[in-house]
Every structure is written in structure tokens, then in C-alpha cells.
Write a protein that binds this ligand. Structure first.
Ligand code: GLV
Length: 428
């Protein structure tokens, strides 16, 4: 795409003003008024969601080592501010694949979000569009892709590869016909992750009707009436709508089998085939090795998401932040994005300083939708945006592109060689 489109709506309040309002505090009303940071949404959502649904969203794989290390990787980096930089004109917008966004973060794809909140996929996509940030619709979603694209036309779509070339072709045709411009292909799921926590919390896909499940639902009446029954009454039984060109399995079924396409036979040749067929932007999600980043670049990917799937696939997989610098070096012209563990504005800026152009955040936005629908997601976006704005100012930079390793100090290793001055002469 040659020209830069913008998703900025001039009628929206200036984000700096929003940041100031958030800083002043106390003006918000509603269910999320006392939620002050993204992490706050988890406890609030736990009170709203039935145990299996909350467990599915919050949980990761096996011993949660990958999920926990995602946070530790951010904590191990300290920030090094510059002072007296006149940051009055700072702005946090970034351009991704020719589209200007108002913040350097977006909403990650999350399966079955329509079980966390009524019309959850639409809630996330609309809130993101209004805020001028990207949102990615999951291939494991319960709302037809076409409806989401109609409600929020700039939404990105994330696909898991269906098992055969014919089914891949058919899905790509459907995705293109729906008006998707940015396709994200997730490649870290040759087999399903070991989600023991799902078994422990009673979650399965499809959900198996049982007394236990009925009890879990009955103890969360707001969710039961506001999300589940409202969905069933207005839209019927939710199905996996976007795994293939055609409709998939229902979410609640005594026939416990889901269309899990066999994916362990996929290799780079399949991605090459997709690159030949897909004329829009192609992003490969789930890269952790610089060797794979180089491979993605060679086959013509436009971008990659450095990601360990929020710790939900290979437990013990390295935290994306730790491999980001090495991957950014291999990326060439590709746009490098990152997800997994981003919870604060400072995390966003740390990832940007190490070479990401933007980051994606998952669970907190899902919880925000569960707690207060679109208003909840608006609030979560405002909080993170205000943090980014405030932190840019205190770091002494006017925009995301000015961030670099000179702003980071590794608590264990100190400065990387040459990073302390970011290539500038001290005193300059
Ligand atoms: C789906 O991608 C999941 O992580 O549950």
C-alpha cells in the first residue's frame, strides 16, 4: 500500500487530553471506574465470568512457566530517562502497513471472545476502531468474519491453517471477499498446547453440558443472562464461524468433537502457497527464532508477531521480549510486532525500544469486555494510552521512533555494549 491511510477520527478527543483526564482521575463512571490498570480487570472479570470461561482466558499451558516469564522479561529491564527534552509535542501514533494508528498497541486475537462478553468479537473490534488501534479477529471466533468486517472494516483477521490446500484456498477466498486487508497466520500450533488448567476448571471445546457447567453458569447471573441467554435468544447457538470457509462446530454440544484440523504436517511451503495467493498484507504470528524470522522475510511476509501465544502453547518457550533484539536484526523490511505479557505503558515502550513497531495485548481487553462490554474496553484502551503518553514524556522522547536501547538498562547484565549512548556522543 503506497499512501498512508489514517484511522484517526478528528472528532475524537485528543489522546493527550484523555491522558490528562485519566491522570486527574475520578471522572469516570460505571463498572470499571475503580479499575486503574490493565491487571485490575482480571479480578473484576473473575467475579463476572463462570469458572471455566475465566480459566480458559486466564490460563496458559502446563506449569505457566512461559506465561510467567513473559512478565519477568519486562521486569528485568529498567528504563533510562533523558531529561529537559521539551516533550510538549509528543505523540504516540505509529504507521503499520500503510495505516496510521493512534497508539503503538492493538488488541490480540482471542478465541471464543463472544463467550466472555455479549457479541465479544464485535465489542473488541468496534472499540479498537473507535480508538484508532488495530484489532485482530481470531480464527477461533464465534461471530461471522463478515459481520465483524462490516462493523469495523479495518479489523485484521488471524487464521489457523486448515488441514488441506483446498481448504486453505477456500478460507483465503472468503477472507478476501470479506474485505480483510491484513491476514495474520498463526504458526505456533502444530498441535494443541497442553492446557491442563482447562481440564481443572471444567473448560472444553465444545463445552460439554453437565450439572457442573450449569452450576458454574448459575453462580454468575450477570453472565448467564447478559451474555449466554441473550446470545442464545438473539442469535441461536454460537458456532465456530471462521475456522474454515464454511461454518464449524457448535460451542455447546454433547457431541464432543471439534473440527480440529490436523496441522502437524505444515511447513514453509504451505506459507509460500499462501503468500502467492494472498494479495493483502501477510503477517506471520508465533515467531521466536531469528532463523524463522529470516525465513519469513525470505518468503515475502510483510510482518511477524514475535509471540509465545501468551504462554498458551509450548510451556517454557522463551519470552518474546528476550529474543526481540536478535529477531529485529534479521527482520530487514518486515514490520516486527510483539505480544505476550504486555500489561503497562512501560512494557509497550520497552518492546518498542528493542525493535518492535507495535505490540498486542490480549487477556486484559477480553476481561474488560467481560466486565463492561464496549465501555470496559474503551476504558482499558484509555488507561494504556495514558500510560504510554505519560511514560514517553518522562523518558524524554517525542515519539515512538525515537526509542532505542539507550533507554534500557538490563538489571542483570547492565547496558549492552554501545547501547548507553544510542550511538550519540555523551554531551551531544
Ligand atoms: C487460542 O488461540 C488459544 O490460545 O486458546
Amino acid at each position: 500500500m503506497s499512501s498512508t491511510r489514517t484511522s484517526t477520527d478528528p472528532r475524537l478527543p485528543d489522546p493527550t487530553a484523555q491522558a490528562w483526564q485519566a491522570f486527574q482521575g475520578g471522572r469516570r463512571r460505571g463498572r470499571t471506574a475503580d479499575l486503574l490498570a490493565l491487571e485490575d480487570f482480571e479480578a473484576a472479570a473473575k467475579r463476572v465470568l463462570p469458572r471455566p470461561i475465566f480459566g480458559y482466558v486466564a490460563g496458559a499451558a502446563e506449569d505457566n512457566q512461559a506465561r510467567d516469564d513473559n512478565r519477568r522479561a519486562f521486569e528485568e529491564l529498567a528504563l533510562v530517562p533523558r531529561v529537559l527534552c521539551n516533550v510538549a509535542q509528543r505523540q504516540q501514533g505509529v504507521t503499520l502497513f500503510g495505516t496510521a494508528y493512534r497508539s503503538p498497541f492493538g488488541i490480540a486475537p482471542m478465541g471464543i471472545a463472544a463467550l466472555s462478553a455479549y457479541r465479544g468479537d464485535l465489542v473488541l473490534a468496534r472499540a479498537a476502531a473507535r480508538a484508532g488501534i488495530p484489532a485482530v479477529l481470531s480464527g477461533s471466533s464465534l461471530t461471522r468474519l463478515e459481520s465483524v468486517m462490516e462493523a469495523a472494516p479495518g479489523t485484521w483477521f488471524q487464521a489457523y491453517l486448515p488441514g488441506t490446500p483446498e481448504r486453505i484456498d477456500a478460507l483465503l477466498q472468503r477472507v478476501a471477499a470479506a474485505g480483510v486487508q491484513t491476514l495474520v497466520v498463526t504458526v505456533d500450533i502444530p498441535v494443541a498446547g497442553n492446557r491442563e488448567n482447562n481440564l481443572r476448571s471444567g473448560f472444553s471445546t465444545p463445552l460439554r453440558p453437565s450439572l457442573r457447567l450449569a452450576w458454574d453458569g448459575a453462580t454468575r447471573p450477570r453472565w448467564l443472562f447478559g451474555t449466554l441467554l441473550r446470545t442464545l435468544l438473539r442469535h441461536g447457538m454460537p458456532h465456530f464461524e471462521n475456522s474454515f470457509a464454511e461454518r464449524g462446530a457448535p460451542i455447546l454440544s454433547s457431541r464432543v468433537q471439534r473440527d480440529f484440523a490436523a496441522r502437524d504436517h505444515f511447513d514453509w511451503s504451505h506459507l509460500e502457497g499462501i503468500r502467492r495467493q494472498w494479495r493483502g498484507v501477510l503477517v506471520v504470528k508465533g515467531i521466536l527464532s531469528p532463523l524463522d524470522a529470516a525465513r519469513a522475510r525470505q518468503l515475502g511476509a510483510d510482518g511477524i508477531v514475535v509471540s509465545n501465544h501468551g504462554g498458551r502453547q509450548l510451556d517454557g518457550a522463551v519470552a518474546p521480549l528476550r529474543v526481540l533484539p536478535a529477531i529485529a536484526e534479521e527482520a530487514g523490511d518486515m514490520t516486527v510486532l510483539l505480544d505476550s505479557g504486555v500489561r503497562r505503558g512501560t512494557d509497550v515502550l520497552k518492546a518498542l525500544a528493542l525493535g518492535a513497531r507495535a505490540v498486542f495485548v490480549g487477556r486484559p481487553f477480553n476481561f474488560a469486555a467481560a466486565v463492561d462490554g464496549e465501555a470496559g474496553v474503551d476504558h482499558a484502551i484509555d488507561l494504556l494510552r495514558a500510560e504510554v503518553d505519560r511514560n514517553l514524556a518522562m523518558l524524554g522522547v517525542n515519539g515512538c521512533a525515537a526509542l532505542g536501547p539507550q533507554h534500557l538498562f538490563d538489571r542483570r547484565a547492565g547496558w549492552a555494549l554501545g547501547a548507553a549512548t544510542g550511538g550519540q556522543r555523551p554531551g551531544g
